[in-house]
Design a protein around this ligand. Structure first.
Ligand code: FES
Ligand code: FES
Length: 149
């Protein structure tokens, strides 16, 4: 059993503390926007923010996330308004199949918070999420659009 704080709400989840956080978010908390891709911290599909830090939730244990502020894609919008990254994703038609995009958006939101005007080198270094549909160019354009807005 552990208490997780997800998108500002507390959830008591009845799982072993060494359960991957991704599964607790999806199966116990019931938020399925966060996706499973590889399970080994490589693809980024499962990216959430933990205390504001972009984190691959497949590779964090529930016990290590307890007591911290977890934000998922469902919690990124605030007061009914989409986050600026979500808006840019719509404006620039970034998603193709969409599977990787929750994680991609969470990673980009964290990057832009840390570096509001990232260079291409910053983007290459920080956004290492894998998109099998190859949306990388659209991702880059949308990031620059947010930065210059
Ligand atoms: S599922 Fe977590 S990084 Fe791929
Ligand atoms: S949009 Fe399909 S995997 Fe990225």
């Amino acid at each position: 059993m552990a208490r997780l704080t997800v998108n500002g709400k507390a959830f008591d989840v009845d799982v072993e503390t060494d359960t991957p956080l991704l599964w607790a978010i999806r199966e116990n908390v019931g938020l399925t926007g966060t996706k499973y891709g590889c399970g080994i911290a490589q693809c980024g599909a499962c990216t959430v923010h933990i205390d504001g830090v972009p984190t691959r939730s497949c590779s964090v244990m529930v016990g290590d996330a307890a007591g911290k502020e977890i934000t998922t894609i469902e919690g990124l919008a605030s007061n009914g308004s989409l986050h600026k990254v979500q808006k840019a994703w719509i404006d620039h038609d970034v998603p193709q199949c969409g599977y990787c995009q929750s994680g991609m958006i969470m990673a980009v939101a964290a990057l832009l918070k840390a570096k509001p005007n990232p260079t291409d080198a910053d983007i290459n270094a920080e956004i290492t999420n894998i998109c099998r549909c190859g949306t990388f160019q659209q991702v880059r354009e949308a990031i620059h659009a947010v930065a210059s807005a």
